[in-house]
Design a protein around this ligand. Structure first.
Ligand code: THG
Length: 284
């Protein structure tokens, strides 16, 4: 299954049989005071710097989230996306819980973006799917619905299937639906990772769709986060995860290793290229 995303002229293929695609998470105000302050002032320099660093570190797509208390994201999300796509030819993942902000962002996004996100709630399906269809965008489906979040992988799978069916009914191609199995903190729930890993397997085996997840969600509240995230990421990728939302500075070397081990990187080309590009940056 191939989900094709586009920037101004660039193209990124998320392929269930290909290498892992990295969606850079860093343009997100969570714990980034400076991003909040600069975005409030419509000063995009810092956001552009985060974009540049993430691209150098291996991001294929950039997640853009401008959610902070009091924000007018209907104005700010499109402005931020325009600034980023004027400077960088990269596909965007539009990250907002507000359908009006998503709609405004879709009007200015170049190429073919990824909407983050729709979920199985009736009002979300009705607000987001028509926008994805109208703008020819791909969409992330979160496996929660009007009954909230279930801890049964079969129930999470059923929500994924429902989102897919509703999208296809609306005329969205099935390859443009990417499922998020809801990675959550294992410190709060000892079964959190197992539920997510099993959901990934079910969605991969039965629907064959591309799968994303927040790579660092599972380690909230714990030390040694990178090691913990990567252990979880290895099993997730083995089960069918194809496009994590992550900090590329912390995940790219690991992802290149996974691709090489899984025979998705002939002659270790991407593995070594990444190593030498990082060496060049260090010596620049
Ligand atoms: N699924 C989908 N979208 C998502 C998430 C998801 N969007 C938001 C979030 N989860 C993923 N994005 C981020 C952005 C920033 C941080 C974490 C997730 C972040 N993390 C570190 C922390 O928590 O302390 C700090 C930065 C770092 O480790 O470098 O800032 O699950 N569809």
């Amino acid at each position: 299954m191939k989900t094709i995303l586009k920037g101004k002229t660039s193209e990124v293929i998320i392929d269930t049989d290909g290498p892992v695609v990295i969606i850079g998470e860093s343009i997100n105000p969570t714990r980034r005071k400076k991003l909040v302050e600069t975005l409030k002032a419509h000063d995009f320099e810092f956001a552009l710097q985060l974009a540049k660093t993430q691209i150098e570190d291996g991001a294929d797509v950039l997640d853009v989230n401008v959610g902070f208390p009091g924000v007018d994201d209907e104005t700010l999300l499109p402005l931020t996306i325009k600034a980023i796509q004027e400077a960088f030819d990269i596909p965007i993942c539009l990250d907002s819980p507000n359908p009006l902000a998503i709609e405004a962002a879709l009007k200015v996004a170049e190429g073919k973006p990824l909407i983050n996100s729709v979920n199985g709630e009736e009002k979300s399906l009705q607000a987001i799917l028509p926008l994805a269809k109208e703008h020819g965008a791909a969409v992330i489906g979160l496996v929660m619905d009007d009954d909230g979040i279930t801890h049964d992988p079969e129930c999470r799978f059923k929500i994924a299937e429902k989102i897919l069916n509703r999208a296809v009914q609306k005329g969205i191609p099935k390859e443009d639906v990417v499922i998020d199995p809801l990675a959550m903190a294992v410190s709060a729930d000892p079964k959190a990772c197992m539920v997510t890993l099993e959901t990934i397997k079910l969605v991969h085996d039965r629907l064959g769709l591309n799968i994303t997840q927040g790579a660092s969600n599972i380690s909230f509240g714990l030390p040694n986060r990178v090691e913990l995230n990567n252990a979880h990421m290895a099993i997730s990728i083995w089960n069918g995860l194809t496009c994590p939302i992550a900090n590329p500075a912390k995940i790219t070397a690991f992802v290149r290793s996974m691709d090489l081990i899984r025979s998705r990187d002939e002659y270790a080309m991407r593995f070594t290229e990444f190593f030498y590009s990082q060496e060049a940056l260090k010596n620049a």
